[in-house]
Design a protein around this ligand. Structure first.
Ligand code: SF4
Length: 506
């Protein structure tokens, strides 16, 4: 365990995340006073605010005994690394704008990063950035008129991002701006519809998806509730302009053809598609795709689908509980092409249990040989809810390999296939502290993916576990959550609608 001792209740989440980035396998515990656990801790990191001007909100106030009375316009911050009762390293930094919360936070993160980087002899590719949306920084700066070189300089100095990640973030931000140029930020919105069923549950899954086999008899009741929510939401958003639709989950193609038909007809009847730029259905699992279902999608004008292999190594598919074959992935892809789908995405995961570089390379070769229009490369994130985490003991002998070489290899394969990066996000607990990157051919990028990451437009989300995100003109963002449990969603649909009714007005 690593103990992080703070003398002030501020930035604890950021400091915790940053320490965890250096020690991903360790428990990191935040404490506010000397803790008896320190004796057994592998490391004790002490962050002290020595002198401060505290104009922050009440939750940021200093604990009485820790606060120096002196109020001077300079804040000193000390970070100390201790091991076995001895100080291993220490540095004091000065923040010249301590009344500016953002400046003070940046100073704290830089100090913690410098110390841990030198102590562990590690440089993190994203420097001290711990958030999941690193492209938001260059996006915002481009919007304010900064040039690429100025943004790069700012990112490297402020966040210590590597040259490579700085360039990647800026390149993606430029591409995103171009892709979003026709999006109506003020009056436009996107629609997400969640289908929370899957053929089987993957070992690493942290979504609230349920096996279709068990829920088969409840799917119609789920669609009844969903249709009720669609009725309310389409009326509530009638004055707005619908720009993109994404049906995800789960695996939407676990629905039978007549159920898919019912859902898509309902959406078509209730929403105005005249300003629609993209309609994606995440077909997802190859074992759920049939000619009849694809025919329904085609008949309703779905412009983009995803067929997700994750890996093209059968032994890994078996291990992670996907219960489909490599051949099924290829067959589903060829079938979709034959039926006229000209924008197909394929999702891959790097860092799957037992996979080394050669296994990932095999997957990339197989996928690229199919010539999809876009690929999304995910770094495995073992979230708290996944079975992999829950049954940690059972699976702890597995190796999880991801490194810069593998991520670079994926980027090279994508480039050779004529695809450039267009969106990027990070997750907590991601293997190797890397990121997820979407690559696409020209004109085939998933616009919804960018919108959800950049938070520039409201997303109306329907279905169990769906989270509506209202983005107000003031840049304020508010979420309206639906319950995750399917039974609860069905039984409490009126309550879900009420939640929306009270949350969608500023
Ligand atoms: S296909 Fe996706 S949503 Fe379904 S179980 Fe696997 S990871 Fe979860």
């Amino acid at each position: 365990m690593i103990i992080v001792q703070l003398n002030r209740q501020i930035f604890e989440y950021d400091v915790h995340s940053l320490v965890k980035s250096f020690y991903p396998g360790e428990d990191v515990k935040i404490v506010y006073e000397t803790s008896p656990e320190e004796a057994d801790a592998q490391l004790v990191c002490r962050l002290e605010f020595l002198k401060t001007v505290s104009n922050f909100k009440s939750e940021d106030t200093l604990p009485e005994q820790a606060c120096e009375k002196e109020q001077v316009p300079t804040s000193h911050i000390r970070f100390q690394i201790r091991k076995n009762g001895k100080t291993e390293s220490e540095e004091t930094a000065v923040c010249t704008q301590p009344d500016d919360r953002k400046e003070l936070k940046n100073e704290v993160k830089r100090l913690v990063y410098r110390q841990l980087s030198s102590y562990t002899r590690q440089k993190l590719p994203w420097g001290n950035l711990t958030g999941i949306r690193p492209t938001k920084i260059p996006m915002a700066m481009l919007g304010q008129g900064y040039r690429n070189v100025e943004i790069a300089d700012y990112m490297r100095k402020t966040y210590y991002t590597s040259n490579e990640k700085t360039s990647l973030a800026i390149a993606i931000a430029n591409r995103e701006r171009h892709l979003l140029k026709d999006i109506n930020y003020q009056n436009g919105y996107s629609l997400y519809v969640g289908i929370p069923f899957c053929p089987s549950i993957c070992l690493y899954c942290s979504f609230s998806s349920s096996p279709i086999g068990i829920w088969k008899n409840q799917v119609d009741a789920y669609l009844d509730a969903l249709c009720k929510e669609i009725d309310y939401a389409s009326d509530a958003f009638a004055e707005k302009e619908l720009n993109t639709v994404y049906i995800g989950g789960g695996t939407p193609t676990t629905l039978e053809p007549d159920q898919l038909e019912r859902l898509l007809s309902k959406l078509e009847e209730r929403f105005d598609y005249s300003q629609l730029l993209e309609f994606t259905v995440e077909a997802g699992r190859p074992d759920s795709i049939t000619r009849e279902k694809l025919a329904v999608l085609r008949a309703h004008g779905i412009s983009r689908i995803s067929i997700n292999p994750q890996t093209m190594n059968q032994k890994t598919l078996d291990l992670i509980g996907r219960r489909h074959t490599v051949e099924q992935t290829k067959d589903a892809f060829h079938l979709a092409r034959e039926m006229g789908f000209d924008n197909i995405n394929m999702d891959l995961i790097v860092g799957l249990p037992g996979e080394e570089k050669a296994d990932v390379e095999h997957t990339l070769q197989e996928v690229i040989s199919l010539d999809p229009d876009s690929i999304t490369v995910h770094s495995l994130a073992v979230k708290r809810a996944s079975r992999l985490k829950m049954f940690h003991d059972e699976y702890k002998e597995m190796t999880f390999t991801n490194n810069r070489e593998i991520m670079d290899m994926a980027a090279e394969y994508a480039a050779r296939a004529g695809q450039s990066p267009y969106y990027l996000y990070r997750q907590k607990n991601m293997a190797g502290n890397f990121e997820n990157v979407g690559y696409s051919k020209e004109g085939k990028a998933g616009i919804y993916n960018i919108l959800i990451m950049e938070e520039v437009q409201s997303i109306l989300a329907l279905g169990a576990g769906a989270s509506t995100k209202m983005v107000w003109a003031s840049d304020r963002i508010e979420r309206i959550e639906n319950v995750k449990d399917i039974r609860n969603y069905i039984d409490r649909i009126d309550e879900m609608i009420e939640r929306k009714r009270s949350g969608i007005h500023e």
